[in-house]
Write a protein that binds this ligand. Structure first.
Ligand code: EPU
Length: 349
């Protein structure tokens, strides 16, 4: 590996990415750039990275599958500053893209700022959070995003996009749809000093009861979420995985009603718009018999059918092949297509 240090970034050639993706699969970055100061981005994109080149911005590596080596240039943003830029009943907090997400959630709770407690323990970084609009336990991060700061490769300038310009949708955003255009550098969150608990998602109230909590504080809701996640989802530090591998399919009310008539046990989550329904990909995969399935070191988690796991030596192509067969069996049985949630690098879905 060759390495050099310049103003605000460090470059390495042929860098292994095994420890930089939570699936823990082997992959190489022909060029890895660790950016310690985002002010270096215009120079980097002006000189080092050809304008048409595909780049991959790596956060915690928790939402991607390397099915091949990375494209020409991989960027890892290292800045990790958090500060309150406006305070009051509603505070605006700015966090650099490189801040670890769960550490940020804990920081907000320590500072009596609420809104992110249901999103505790999600792997990844602050910079990755708006890209796929992370969500869990009835909350999506877009509800607390005030603005996203990014470097726009198209104009060569830094931009600041207000939340309503980010085209947020279920596990989707402007940044995800156009991955080669924006490099998210920081996120501004609007958080509240007055706690309004969101306990509607199945399991949270039961968990709080089991903890002996009546009227919860925000930190106790976070603790309940952490306990549920630890039980249901494998810890990527112990067993390689990228969380949910598939998005929950969203279908029309009519399709949902037909499917429900044919499969009365099927969970349905009605959308706020009243015209669409979210189905449970985990349930569909479970019904096809995949939960706990293992072939060599690639498998489906025993505790959650939506999570593909690497027991040690699985390769990206093996995991991708397993995912494709899971999706094909769901299509054959239910007539529904499944879409992967993580970004697949080096192959098309
Ligand atoms: N279910 C099964 N079999 C299973 C697991 C779940 O039938 O093996 C059923 C459950 O009975 C339940 C339904 O599936 O009725 C939903 O399960 P769960 O509450 O675990 O949520 P999910 O829809 O599978 C989503 C997110 C998770 C998030 C949880 C909790 C997506 C793709 N996934 O999973 O996010 O933590 O809700 O809010 O939306 C992630 O994105 O990586 C992720 C883990």
């Amino acid at each position: 590996m060759t390495a050099g240090i310049r103003n605000g970034y460090r470059i390495a050639g042929n860098a292994p990415l095994d420890a930089r993706n939570t699936f823990g699969v082997r992959a190489i970055a022909p060029t890895l750039v660790e950016v310690t100061d985002t002010a270096a981005l215009p120079e980097l994109f002006g000189s080092l990275v050809p304008s048409a080149a595909s780049t991959l911005v790596l956060g915690g590596g928790s939402n991607l599958l390397f099915a091949g080596d990375a494209p020409g240039v991989v960027l890892a943003l290292q800045a990790r500053c958090i500060r309150i830029i406006e305070d009051g009943a509603r505070a605006i907090v700015r966090a650099d893209a490189g801040v670890v997400w769960h550490e940020f959630v804990l920081w907000t709770l320590e500072h009596d700022l609420t809104g992110l407690e249901n999103l505790a323990l999600i792997p990844g970084t602050v910079g990755a959070a708006p890209i796929q609009n992370i969500g869990a336990y009835g909350v999506e991060v877009r509800e607390c995003i005030h603005a996203v700061e990014a470097f726009d490769r198209a104009s060569g300038r830094f931009v600041r996009l207000a939340a309503d310009a980010c085209a947020f949708a279920y596990r989707d955003s402007l940044f995800k749809r156009d991955p080669d255009r924006y490099v998210v550098t920081a996120v501004e969150f609007a958080l509240s000093r007055r706690f309004e608990p969101r306990l509607g998602y199945a399991g949270i109230e039961d968990e709080l009861r089991a903890m002996g909590v009546g009227t919860p504080r925000a930190s106790q809701v976070a603790e309940a979420v952490i306990r549920i996640r630890r039980r249901k989802l494998p810890d990527p530090a112990v067993l390689g995985n990228a969380g949910s591998f598939f998005k929950n399919p969203v279908v029309s009310e009519r399709v949902a009603a037909e499917l429900h008539a044919a499969h009365p046990g099927m969970p349905l989550f009605r959308g706020a718009d009243g015209s669409s329904c979210k189905l449970s990909a985990a349930w569909l995969i479970d019904q096809c018999g995949w939960k706990g399935h293992r072939e060599g070191d690639a498998g489906v988690a025993p505790a959650h059918a939506l999570v593909l796991v690497n027991y040690g030596g699985a390769t990206g192509p093996q995991l991708l092949d397993l995912a494709r067969r899971i999706a094909a069996s769901v299509r054959a049985r239910f007539g529904l297509g499944l879409e992967p949630e993580p970004r697949i690098v080096g192959a098309a879905w």
